[in-house]
Design a protein around this ligand. Structure first.
Ligand code: NAD
Length: 244
């Protein structure tokens, strides 16, 4: 039995995590924390904290977990480089699973994207398109950033050097190196991602569409169960799913 606390429990993901954790006989939900609650009061009762709250608080959550030797699963996205570094500092003390997307299907998309880039080579132009519900606060999505970084890595570049966020006006011809990333927002879309490989005379598109937040929640809870048995360090869903 793994004892978990959900941080950000009143949110869209938080509510789904609470429902999935309650149904899972291998988990005991020992805390539901949101704004106004004190995570410090429940963290010592837990084997793992699952955080889907806000990028601003992840480093404080990680520090608290490190103090109590509690594993941490991070689903929150939108961190600045400084925020990310502050969180990563704690990987020496506790096991952390950090994934921009916990769905098995999206992790298959990550793998397929890498493979397609290898097969198709430099002649294909690379574009990533994502769509999410109207309430999403950060853009592009963490998953789109991961997809862009997989493509950039294949081209032996840093994604911050070659990603182009949208186009407007007389932007000139597309360069061969750039990776276009485009964010659509509207309605109740849970999360769509498409990677486009556009060549001369043909085009390959790899798409994933999430219809339910349960796919992310169950992946994150599986990560929590896995994390409690690991040594301190930084892990992602490839580790949890045994894809390394
Ligand atoms: P949401 O706005 O519905 O929920 C966020 C919740 O966090 C809210 O209830 C808010 O009150 C709470 N919160 C904010 N600050 C807090 C604090 N200091 N302490 C405790 N709780 C706090 O958002 P959402 O759609 O549930 O998404 C949450 C995060 O998860 C976002 O960053 C989103 O991008 C990310 N997300 C990740 C995945 C994944 O698979 N990794 C999937 C979906 C969403």
């Amino acid at each position: 039995m793994t004892r978990v606390v959900i941080n950000g429990a009143n949110g869209r993901m938080g509510q789904t995590l609470v429902a999935c954790a309650t149904r899972n006989p291998e988990l005991e939900l020992v805390g539901q924390v949101d704004i106004g609650d004190n995570l410090a009061e429940v963290v010592s009762k837990a084997d793992a904290v699952v955080d889907f709250s806000s990028h601003e608080v992840t480093s404080d959550v990680a520090a608290l977990c490190a103090e109590h030797g509690t594993a941490l699963v991070i689903g929150t996205t939108g961190h600045s480089v400084a925020e990310r570094d502050a969180v990563l500092h704690h990987r020496q003390t506790i096991p952390m699973v950090w994934a921009s997307n916990f769905s098995t299907g999206v992790n298959a998309l990550f793998w397929l994207t890498r493979k397609a880039a290898e097969i198709l080579g430099a002649d294909f132009d690379l574009e990533v398109v994502e769509m999410h519900h109207r309430m999403k606060k950060d853009a592009p999505s963490g998953t789109a950033k991961t997809l862009a970084s997989i493509l950039a890595e294949y081209r032996q570049e840093k994604s911050e050097d070659i990603v182009r966020h949208g186009r407007e006006g007389l932007v000139g011809e597309r360069t061969q190196q750039e990776i276009g990333v485009h964010s659509l927002r509207g309605g109740d879309v849970v999360g769509d991602h498409t990677v486009i490989f556009a060549g001369m005379g043909e085009r390959v598109e790899l798409s994933h569409k999430a219809a339910s937040r349960e796919t992310f929640a169950n992946g994150a809870l599986r990560a929590a169960q896995w994390a409690v048995a690991q040594s301190p360090g930084l892990y992602d869903m490839n580790d949890v799913l045994g894809l390394r």
